[in-house]
Design a protein around this ligand. Sequence first.
Ligand SMILES: NC(=O)CC[C@H](N)C(=O)O
Length: 385
Amino acid sequence: MTTSSQGTASGRHQAAPAVLVLEDGRIFRGRAYGAAGVTFGEAVFSTGMTGYQETLTDPSYHRQVVVMTAPHVGNTGVNDEDPESGRIWVAGYVVRDPARVPSNWRSRRSLDEELRRQGVVGICGIDTRALTRHLRERGAMRVGIFSGNALPDEGTMLTEVRQAPEMAGADLAAEVATTESYVVPAIGEKRFTVAAVDLGIKGMTPHRMAERGIEVHVLPATATVEDVYAVAPDGVFFSNGPGDPATADHPVSVMRAVLERGTPLFGICFGNQILGRALGFGTYKLKYGHRGINQPVQDRTTGKVEVTAHNHGFAVDAPLDRVSDTPYGRAEVSHVCLNDDVVEGLQLLDRPAFSVQYHPEAAAGPHDAAYLFDRFVSLMEGQRA
Ligand SMILES: NC(=O)CC[C@H](N)C(=O)O
């Protein structure tokens, strides 16, 4: 819910007051940033110092209010090339000190202007370190941002925050995914066809496949097994996406059919959680999640450590110390986060299927994990041999 925005001419120093209210009663007072109005979501923090356009437009952030730990945001403005989808998905945006003058050769407008244009309510001028420490200690929780010159009293705001929906149990993929299938053509010679189930896919993901000669058929979240096989795929991909993986019964059942047939399979983030569930593992909510572009992950199949991009609030509950027997053969944890031992990847030992909890498409983020797209290609090559 958003009301009319502040005029640019008034300048940020004159922006309306804004209040951020956490569900446990902690309150931060600052100034309106982006659109003025009211918004609710799950408060999460991202440690990425760059790549705010990619963060804002990542559909996995649907219903989340993102707190930027980097103190200055908006320095390079907003361009038309970096968005990961057609719109901003975050439910709200929290910045300590927005750039007053964006500067970059690609910049078309300021971030403040873009947030207002898309009706995204934000707050600035608050102590984002204190807020981040609070979330780290107490865990991700519901939050409201209220801005404008006539704000409700604190008790009313808190009641509204506590009435907002929780992230646990939220089934959101269909709210962000495409409703029509579309094709991302291979760049150069076409070598493979992949059916990509869109649960909130980022634009860079099909692009990384297209760069490897893959024609990607992006299908709606509601795609059936018949829809997947109608494109005669060499491989099937399950994307990232918002919400609680425990609600993803439909994609889990489609994935089980793919595993049954032995078609090469790759999953990213939500796709990794769906593979976990398809194999019979549980998923659980992390206390405050991983969001940023500098998370150390070890590939246990090679021993190599990579610096990676993350955006997840849930994780797979699978044993790190042994191979598990699943209905689809043996499975193991292939990748682990070195900060906290969270499962960051799964692979099957008897079928051509694997997934990672983080973002090898690297938008934004380091390119250390790009090899995973090559692994997917190798699985498809292996199937043909
Ligand atoms: N980026 C994603 O795919 C996120 C997956 C899931 N919604 C989570 O929060 O863990």
